[in-house]
Structure formats: structure tokens, C-alpha cells
Design a protein around this ligand. Structure first.
Ligand SMILES: NC(=[NH2+])NCCC[C@H](N)C(=O)O
Length: 334
């Protein structure tokens, strides 16, 4: 039903809204690492650290975060956010819409009207939903990553002089001036499949299992709670519990897919600007990265998880409340 798409849309928007002030507040107070979108600047920089000049710039998540703020200004934290930001509500709508509707299909196949489809169906529906959204997320993340990865000249100018050199220093050394410019240049320089579609299969490899675990974990926790409390329907669970289950869904999803996410980030920024490629394929990127040791596959995990819990808690609780109210409304009406 279309209500799942509407609820997903609202959930995505709410997740964004909660991520935003989190970020602003934490930046002002202590410089914690909670971000509103999928991958933060710190995450992207940590994942790809050393690829440009062969030396590591950052000592850890906090150092990376404060380094960006100090040398490039807090605005640099939001680099590359516009494209995925525009798409996040749409993406969530697609994910929750596909998952919800597949669950209805599986429900229809289950025996009897109140038999819920098994946990494995939630996992499978999540995988399918994850697959469907790659059509959008692969390219929006490609653009976001490239904007995040580029270092502009503000790096080199002393902080006190920033305002004097503002507009000029910026555009000269940058590869892309914004998301649309990036899309155009990637298409012109690298083509449609190899450029715009760069990393598509790696994105699938990340997102198919990631969204299986996303919904699988959430559903597993809800079912456990229903049994424990002797309740019959998910609408009876408290919003507080939905937040915990949603936050865990986001967390487990990111942990399970994180190494592939690192490979994806590295592979998608490869060839940027220079036209020469370091990796011949996603597999080659994996092989070369593994030479740095297993830790390379977890670079940037901590800021990712700090963001994932609250954002997905709010996303799931928003979706659940909308669906619950909708069901209430419908059953009163008839
Ligand atoms: N590794 C993943 N992409 N997992 C899916 C999580 C999606 C969720 N919207 C988030 O940004 O946290």
C-alpha cells in the first residue's frame, strides 16, 4: 500500500531533522561525531585517508573531525551533503515502501489472517528493498564522496586570512564546484557506466545484505518483545522500544556492511580529477586495501555508529507511529 511509502518518506525526513541539530549542537559543544547523513565527512576522509599523497593525515575520529573544523571550517563537514540530502526522504520512502509491500505479499501467503510472515521474510524483503534503492543511492553517494574527498585551497591558507581569500581561493583548485557540476564532469570525463555508474555493484554488495540486517534486526527485536510481553501486534509496542529496535537495526546494518562500505568509498573516489585509476575493479580495490591490514576496513566506523543509532531510531519510530495511526484510523472508519 502507498501508506508505507508515505511513512518512509516522513521517517527519512524526521531522521534528517534529528541528525541536523545533533550535529550543530555537538559541533558547538564538544565536537562529537553525530551526523545526519549516511556517511559523514569524517567517515569518508578516514576511509580514504592516505590515498591522495601516501601519508595518513588523521590519527583517529576525533582528530579527523577537529582537523576538518580547524583547517577547513565547520562548513566543510557538510560538503557533499546536498545531493544525498535531497534524496534521503525519497530513498527512505522507497526502502520502507518496498519492504512494507513485500511483507503484505508474504502475509497473504502465510496461513490464516493473523499469521505474520516469518523473520526470514523480513530479511528477504529488506534485501530486495536495499537492492531497489541502489539505483538512486549509488550515484548520489558517488557524488557526495567526491565532494567530500576534495580538499580545497582553504587547507593552505592560514585561518586568519580565510575571509580575504574567500571566493577566489575556493574555486581554483577544486575539481568540482557542487553536486551538479560533479555529475556533469563525471559524465563527461568518465562516461555513463564507468563514471556515473561507478561502484554500482559494490553498492549492491553493501546494501542488499545491509538492508536485510536493517529490517531483520528491527523485526527480530520487535518479535522478541511481543513474546516477552505477551502482546499480539506490533502497534502495541511502546515508541521507546521502537526507538531501541530501530537504533539497533541501523547499528547492526552498518557493522555488517562496513568493510564493503570502505571498499565502495575508495573505489568510487578513484580516478577523480586525474583520469588515472588505481583500482582495476572492486575486487582489486579490496585486495589492495587488505594490504594495509584489517583495520583499514573499519576506518571511520565510530562516527558512523554514533550517527546511525539516533537517526534510525527516529526513522523507525516515525514510520511505526504513522502506520499505527493509519491502521487505527482505518479500523475506526469501517
Ligand atoms: N549500511 C547501510 N547503508 N545500511 C542501511 C542504513 C540506512 C539508513 N538510512 C542510514 O543511513 O543509516
Amino acid at each position: 500500500m502507498s501508506i508505507d511509502f508515505v511513512a518512509g518518506w516522513c521517517g527519512g525526513a524526521a531522521g534528517m531533522a534529528v541528525g541536523q541539530p545533533f550535529d550543530t549542537v555537538k559541533v558547538g559543544l564538544r565536537g562529537s561525531h553525530v551526523y545526519m547523513h549516511n556517511t559523514s565527512s569524517s567517515q569518508a576522509r578516514l576511509q580514504t585517508d592516505g590515498l591522495l599523497d601516501g601519508k595518513k593525515t588523521y590519527r583517529g575520529a576525533y582528530h579527523c573531525f577537529s582537523h576538518i573544523v580547524k583547517h577547513e571550517g565547520p562548513r566543510a563537514l557538510f560538503k557533499g551533503m546536498a545531493a544525498p540530502l535531497l534524496g534521503m526522504a525519497a530513498l527512505n520512502s522507497l526502502v520502507f515502501g518496498v519492504h512494507g509491500n513485500l511483507m503484505i505479499v508474504f502475509q497473504a501467503r502465510a496461513d490464516g489472517p493473523d499469521t505474520t510472515p516469518g523473520l526470514k521474510y523480513s530479511f528477504i524483503s529488506g534485501c530486495v528493498a536495499g537492492f531497489v534503492q541502489t539505483v538512486i543511492s549509488s550515484t548520489t553517494e558517488l557524488i557526495k564522496l567526491r565532494l567530500q574527498f576534495q580538499k580545497d585551497r582553504t587547507d593552505l591558507i592560514p585561518r586568519s586570512l580565510h575571509h580575504h581569500h574567500h571566493s577566489k581561493g575556493h574555486t581554483e583548485t577544486r575539481v568540482y564546484s557542487g553536486p551538479w557540476d560533479a555529475a556533469r564532469k563525471i559524465y563527461q570525463r568518465e562516461g555513463l557506466l564507468r563514471g556515473i555508474g561507478r561502484g554500482y555493484w559494490v553498492t549492491c554488495l553493501r546494501d542488499v545484505p545491509a538492508f536485510g540486517f536493517y529490517f531483520g534486526t528491527y523485526d527480530y527485536m520487535c518479535r522478541w518483545r511481543l513474546r516477552q510481553k505477551g502482546l499480539g501486534h506490533i502497534d502495541e509496542l511502546s515508541p521507546g522500544f521502537i526507538c531501541v529496535a530501530g537504533g539497533m537495526g541501523g547499528t547492526i546494518s552498518w557493522i555488517s556492511s562496513y568493510p564493503v562500505d570502505v571498499v565502495k568509498s575508495r573505489y568510487q573516489i578513484d580516478g577523480m580529477g586525474s583520469g588515472t585509476y588505481r583500482y582495476s575493479s572492486g575486487v582489486d580495490c579490496f585486495r589492495q586495501t587488505s594490504r594495509e591490514g584489517w583495520r583499514a576496513f573499519f576506518a571511520g566506523l565510530s562516527p558512523t555508529l554514533c550517527r546511525a543509532f539516533p537517526v534510525n531510531a527516529v526513522t523507525f519510530v516515525t514510520v511505526a507511529v504513522i502506520l499505527r495511526e493509519w491502521r487505527k484510523f482505518r479500523s475506526n472508519g469501517s
